[in-house]
Design a protein around this ligand. Structure first.
Ligand SMILES: [Zn+2]
Length: 425
């Protein structure tokens, strides 16, 4: 490459880094630790080992970049700076406008061919809230715990994965990171757009591990192999507003709305199965535009949510509600927002290596669960098998959110084992 035997390889590397840093799309393959750099006709140097990344240090840096959802900018700069020297080609792009955007997404890919192991996560966080014992966006360690917004959900897991990869050789197969700035919001410009980006380029991981905090009492006790689906609906029953003393001049929407509520409450959706509890419909409110005691309201709106298992599909549930509403209340209309379909990752390789790696590192066998809230797995399952596994989640979204330093390091070692096993298979 460069001429002259006096050229210092460290300086050359620094120059190459500067050069590479100047372009938007960065390839650092020539700097990966097992690459030979030639600095003169007869002198070749193996590039110095890039020291492994410390998961806690990187987590602290990420936490110290405020990134309330939707997130972009500095926090992604920190991640990119860590990934580049490890040989990742990093792509970043910003989408959308307020209120759901602008959101940044990052895809980092190292290597080529199969197996292709994907790690998915998010760098956005929920708002800090009032009452922290210190600055929520200044990471600090107290009594062996890293404290800061995102320490638990889920900057530490992103850092743990990057640290794991920094200890692994860049040889054979593909490793990718799919990182969004919009998981805690509506995901309008988040993971679904990452999937579009991958599909456009015909890039498809063979399996994806999401680093959401899934453990409950101790690291490794719980892995999420699926999630329930969720749909919100709003039923509106029309009426004709009028004075309660002159009911013949009005049409009260509340009696038919009551029939709709009773009929839907009586619907038995399913029995559940060996992986999921029964699907459940809950009404959360019935409102009218008027609250006066002498006015028959002109309309009534009921709000409901259904958490459903993999025996149901969101659009079928919407149709069922539409049919019941139309039967019980003429003119009723239904508006729906499906947050995500239920999914279940079938047993397979990803499953097995995660369980084995946890057993080896943490000494326990994880429970395979489908409980709890939803994750971006609801989108990513369209690509390949997906499993969520990460830190104990007791402090997620809370004041003084934290993660045990030992757990972050152990999580990184578990991720390292998982990737090593997948790549060796
Ligand atoms: Zn999360």
């Amino acid at each position: 490459m460069a001429q002259g035997p006096a050229e210092c390889p460290d300086r050359l590397l620094a120059q190459l880094r500067d050069l590479a840093g100047a372009v938007r799309e960065r390839h650092f393959d020539e700097l990966s630790r097992d690459t030979v750099i030639c600095v003169g006709p007869e002198r070749c140097y193996r590039s110095p080992m890039i020291p492994p990344i410390d998961a806690v240090e990187l987590a602290a840096k990420l936490i110290s970049c405020p990134s309330v959802t939707p997130a972009r900018g500095e926090v992604f700069d920190v991640l990119e700076a860590a990934l580049g020297p490890l040989g990742f080609a990093v792509q970043r792009w910003v989408l959308g406008e307020a209120p759901d955007g602008p959101t940044e997404n990052l895809v980092a890919i190292r290597g080529s061919g199969s197996p292709h192991f994907g790690f998915a996560g998010h760098l956005d966080v929920v708002p800090a809230g009032e009452g922290w014992s210190g600055n929520p966006f200044e990471a600090r360690i107290v009594d062996g715990r890293l404290i800061g917004r995102g320490a638990n959900d889920m900057k530490s897991a992103v850092a743990a994965f990057v640290a794991a990869v920094s200890r692994l050789p860049n040889s054979g197969g593909t490793i990718s990171l799919l990182i969004t700035g919009d998981e805690e919001g509506y995901a309008t410009y988040g993971t679904p757009r990452i999937i579009d980006w991958l599909n456009d380029r015909q890039i498809r991981p063979d399996m994806i591990l999401i680093g959401e905090p899934t453990s409950v009492d101790r690291l490794g006790d719980t892995v999420k192999i699926g999630r329930r689906g969720s749909v919100n609906m709003w039923i509106e029953v029309p009426g004709v507003q009028g004075h309660v003393a002159y009911p013949h001049r009005a049409t009260n929407p509340l009696p038919p709305m009551a029939r709709v509520v009773a009929a839907l409450d009586a619907v038995h959706l399913d029995e559940g199965n060996d992986r999921f509890p029964p699907s459940n419909l809950e009404f959360t409110s019935v409102t009218t535009p008027t609250a006066a005691s002498n006015v028959i309201p002109g309309s009534a709106t009921a709000q409901l949510n259904i958490r459903f298992n993999n025996l149901q599909r969101g659009e079928d549930l919407v149709r069922m509600v539409e049919e019941v509403a139309a039967r019980e209340a003429s003119g009723a209309t239904v508006r729906a927002r499906i947050s995500g379909e239920a999914f279940l990752t079938p047993p397979g390789q990803l499953f097995d290596v995660i369980v084995q790696s946890i057993e080896e590192e943490a000494g326990i066998t994880p429970e395979l669960s489908t409980s709890g809230g939803t994750s971006d797995g609801r989108f990513l399952i369209a690509l390949c098998p997906v499993v969520d596994f990460g830190l104990p989640n007791a402090t997620m979204h809370k004041l003084d959110e934290s993660a045990a330093v030992d757990d972050i390091q152990a999580l990184s070692r578990i991720y390292e084992r998982i990737v090593t096993k997948v790549m060796a298979a």
